[in-house]
Design a binder for this molecule. Structure first.
Ligand code: CTP
Ligand code: ZN
Length: 163
């Protein structure tokens, strides 16, 4: 095996799984949240924060062993990390780089800001947002048509209270 360069020393390569690279600095924990990874699943996960990137200044990296993220999960990641590249790893090789695209529909992840919306008043209701525009991002609640923008989405996923 090659001697790793200084850049690679922080976290080693993985054998099988997913590497999410070029995440905007500081968003890695939000990526884990979108993937519903809390640590209690027992997956081996490496989270690298605020390392230098040639392309985007500083970046975060998430490496998840023995889990290949689905198309749907990859699309959710674009909501909060549009610059991310998702690499599927098998037997140490990158076998796929997923093309990220903003999902047309997002169920159950976002919350409608309208307090009168049925999704905020019926415990059985699940929020459904449809993408109206990709750039800049605009999504609309299926039930009450309230619209949210990219900042709303990021704030919600990063878990800011009262937003
Ligand atoms: N990687 C890993 N384990 C492997 C293979 C790759 O952790 N067995 C990581 C690399 O360290 C890198 C990412 O997966 O962070 C993508 O790998 P690769 O495509 O080889 O890197 P680049 O050519 O730099 O790709 P890109 O510029 O598209 O990010
Ligand atoms: Zn609503």
């Amino acid at each position: 095996m090659e001697v790793p360069t200084k850049k690679e020393l922080l976290v080693s390569k993985i054998k099988n799984g997913t590497v999410i690279d070029h995440i905007p600095a500081g968003r890695a924990l939000a990526v884990l949240k979108v993937l519903k990874i809390t640590g209690s699943e027992g997956l081996r996960v490496a989270v690298v924060l605020n390392v230098e990137s040639k392309r985007i200044g500083k970046k975060d990296i998430v490496k998840i062993e023995d889990k290949e993220v689905s198309e749907n999960e990859a699309n959710l990641i674009t909501l909060i990390a549009p610059t991310a590249t998702i690499n599927i790893i098998r037997d140490y090789e990158v076998v796929e780089k997923k093309q990220l695209k903003v999902p047309e529909v997002v169920k159950g992840i976002l919350r409608c800001p309208n307090p009168h919306c049925i999704t905020n008043n019926d415990v059985e209701a699940t929020s459904v947002f449809k993408t109206v525009k990709v750039k800049p991002l605009k999504m609309r609640c299926e039930y009450c048509e309230t619209e949210i923008d990219e900042n709303d989405v990021i704030r919600q996923i990063l878990g800011n209270p009262q937003t």
